[in-house]
Write a protein that binds this ligand. Structure first.
Ligand SMILES: Nc1ncnc2c1ncn2[C@@H]1O[C@H](COP(=O)(O)O[C@H]2[C@@H](O)[C@H](n3cnc4c(N)ncnc43)O[C@@H]2COP(=O)(O)O)[C@@H](O)[C@H]1O
Ligand SMILES: [Mn+2]
Length: 653
């Protein structure tokens, strides 16, 4: 019974009572003896009416009877034939009646609470129109009529399994390539090379056959595979254990080869499938390989693996090719702007300086775009020194000054980042058509639009390392003064945590080159020294460190204290030298609205993947994120969840 009907009923009952009272009142007050029969008559009549009204309410309330009665045999048969069941419930959502279709299935649910029987139906009382539930192995689509307190259930078992079959039959495509394959073969003798080729091929092909895929080799160390969604789901369930299996075999061979797999799915257009697989494979490479990337549509990307850091490639061919293309691009440009990332650190500034000197070697006008309000503390000190020094006169410029110098042939070189949101002046990206990206970060989902040249080398320690190497492949002499070389050296120190992390042969080759160019190493270390106050600030943070899981330390700043992000980076760096610790995280407030996390790790834990779960990024062993409008405690909670999710995905609970 609706509330309105109940209200009307109650008013009528009240009026009927009032009438009885009035009659007895007249009889009592005026002692009108002849009013007695009338009063008795009104009492009996109104008593009957009130009883009738209560009964009507009961009937309306328990319209179970009326539904059951309303359904004659024909309509009941029609409902059964159409696979439609009905459940009726009362005000407290207790099941009061079920239709024949459901009774025939042997359901004994009358008297049960609807949501105890099927908790997922709760959605029907919130915002959902339709819910699909399982009842005794059948699938039912449910619709709720709250007005009549009835749930209508439509048997969609057949349709559902057809739909499932259709979805499971959709085609997926994968490119599977072996990282570091050619370089490994080049350095192996004939018999070892044969062993590497046959073992790697066997692992991949066996895996494909075991999973029912079609596989074909299309180049040395490169395969193409086709399979359906059913197989894809199995591979996801198995978390692509092929990555670990392959690594195990590679270790037995005493080699460092891993797999990169790009999967395209989610479309019936074969060309799009191939495009998705290609884009996914490219993303795998730029994130350092040893992982599976799945691209299902425009935005839908999933990652698996990535549990080893990028191996340094022994071939420098790519660097030479990029160096040549870069010189061509510079020569064709009228003038060049070099721009690092917001809150520039010494790698960003050092990399910008290196690139500016490379451009000058081609007698082209060059400017480093800088924002003095967006510099890390040490970098700010260095930038101020540069501003006062004649050798840097005319080299630095602001965003507004740059805008005045832009023309159609200008070139913009982005260093140490590839996301427009991280650029010192993202507005410049809109006005300069020709862009080059030189970065050592793993590629994230965001990437600036259509650069004419991209050099993304996640295996490099720093941007400085990359550009020093590129300078070595130019046909012209790139000149650096002592201060340039010292700033660049300091940039390498920052990004390698003083040559403790992410270092390879090429890192030391670039560092040695800077020494040849008269980098003042002692001064570079001094540039990074902290004041006593700063040291205490970082110590205050590190002393809050607590263990999380077995080998992780988490430290944090105070809620009411703001710090620079480098303070969190330094705290995490320091904690990483604690025995048995494989990863460290420092959480603290950057400003009123933003809490940041700096993560550091040895090669065993991928902090980039953990930070990506919180909207950040970085590298395997060095990553960070920024979260707005949360307290430090809330962010620590989010960090715990992200770490747990990372280990769950690795199957390491
Ligand atoms: N939101 C993000 N998305 C993607 N990637 C991100 C995001 N936020 C940060 N990152 C990248 O993560 C790594 C680690 O960043 P970090 O802040 O923990 O460390 C950088 C600097 O804060 C730190 N640093 C700067 N100056 C000093 C110094 N004087 N001493 C010690 N440490 C310092 O060094 C890190 C420099 O990293 P770089 O930008 O790669 O050169 C980082 O890659 C972020 O880009
Ligand atoms: Mn860097």
């Amino acid at each position: 019974m609706t509330k309105k009907v109940a209200l009307v009923r109650n008013i009528i009952i009240a009026l009927l009572f009032l009438e009885i009272i009035i009659f007895y009142g007249l009889y009592g007050i005026f002692s009108m003896i002849n009013m007695l029969p009338f009063s008795l008559y009104v009492t009996i009549r109104n008593g009957i009416l009130i009883a009738l009204l209560f009964y009507l309410g009961y009937v309306l309330n328990s319209n179970a009877v009326s539904v059951a009665e309303a359904l004659n045999e024909d309509s009941n048969n029609a409902l059964i034939f159409g696979g439609v069941g009905i459940i009726q419930y009362d005000e407290s959502r207790n099941i009061t009646w079920i239709s024949d279709l459901l009774s025939a299935m042997g359901l004994k649910i009358i008297g049960l609470k609807l949501l105890d029987w099927q908790p997922t139906l709760a959605g029907l009382f919130e915002s959902d129109d339709i819910r699909i539930i399982d009842v005794k192995g059948k699938k039912f689509e449910c619709y709720n009529s709250e007005e009549t307190r009835m749930i209508f259930l439509k048997d969609i078992t057949q349709y559902y399994s057809l739909e499932q079959d259709y979805d499971d039959g959709q085609i997926c495509m994968a490119y599977i390539t072996i990282d570091n394959f050619d370089e490994t073969l080049e350095n192996a003798d004939e018999s070892k090379a044969a062993q590497i080729q046959s073992t790697s091929r066997k692992v991949i092909v066996d895996w494909a056959y075991e999973n029912g895929m079609i596989i074909r080799r299309f180049k040395s160390g490169g395969y193409m595979a086709f399979f359906n969604e059913r197989i894809y789901k199995k591979l996801v369930e198995d978390k692509f254990s092929i990555l670990d299996e392959f690594k195990k075999k590679s270790m037995e061979l005493d080699e460092v080869i891993t797999l990169s797999i790009g999967i395209g799915r989610g479309t019936r257009v074969l060309r799009e499938l191939e495009e998705n697989a290609t884009a996914a494979l490219r993303l795998t490479y730029s994130r350092g390989g040893d992982q599976v990337v799945i691209k299902s549509g425009k935005d839908n990307i999933r990652f698996f693996g990535g549990t080893t850091d990028t191996y340094e490639k022994s071939s420098k061919v790519r660097a030479r090719v990029i160096a040549t293309s870069l010189s061509g691009v510079i020569k064709r440009s009228s003038n060049v702007f070099v721009m690092g990332h917001k809150f520039s650190d010494l790698d960003s500034l050092g990399g910008s300086l290196a690139m500016a000197r490379l451009v000058e070697a081609y007698d082209k006008k060059v400017k480093i775009v800088i924002d003095f309000n967006s510099l890390e503390e040490k970098t700010r000190y260095v930038a101020m020194k540069m501003r006062e020094d004649d050798r840097y006169e005319d080299l630095l410029c602001s965003y507004n000054e740059a805008l005045e110098m832009v023309n159609k042939d200008s070139l913009l070189v982005l260093v140490d980042h590839h996301k427009s949101s991280l650029s010192i002046a993202s507005g410049l990206l809109d006005v300069v058509k020709n862009k080059v990206v030189i970065d050592h970060h793993r590629r994230g989902e965001d990437f600036i639009e259509m650069p004419i040249l991209t050099y993304l080398e996640p295996s490099a320690s720093s941007t400085v390392e990359l550009i020093v190497e590129l300078c070595g492949y130019q046909n012209v002499d790139v000149k650096f003064n002592e201060m340039d070389a010292t700033i660049m050296y300091a940039g390498m120190l920052v990004d390698t945590n003083y040559f403790k992390q992410r270092v390879g042969v090429r890192t030391f080759q670039s560092a040695a080159r800077l020494k040849e160019l008269n980098a003042n190493v002692v001064q570079a270390y001094e540039l990074l020294e902290d004041s006593f106050e700063k040291t205490k600030e970082i110590l205050d943070i590190t002393k809050t460190a607590v263990r999380y899981r077995d080998h992780i330390l988490i430290a944090h700043g105070e809620e009411n204290e703001e710090h620079q992000s480098s303070a969190f980076a330094k705290a995490s760096n320091q904690l990483l030298s604690v025995q048995d610790v494989l990863a460290t995280f420092t959480v603290g407030r950057l400003n009123k609205n933003t809490v940041a996390i700096s993560g550091r790790s040895s090669r065993d834990i991928n902090v980039q993947m953990i930070m990506e779960k919180l909207g950040g990024g970085g590298h395997f062993t060095m990553a960070a994120c920024q979260i707005t409008d949360k307290s430090i405690d809330e962010v620590i909670e989010m960090l715990h969840n992200a770490i747990d999710a990372y280990f769950n995905e690795r199957g390491d609970v």
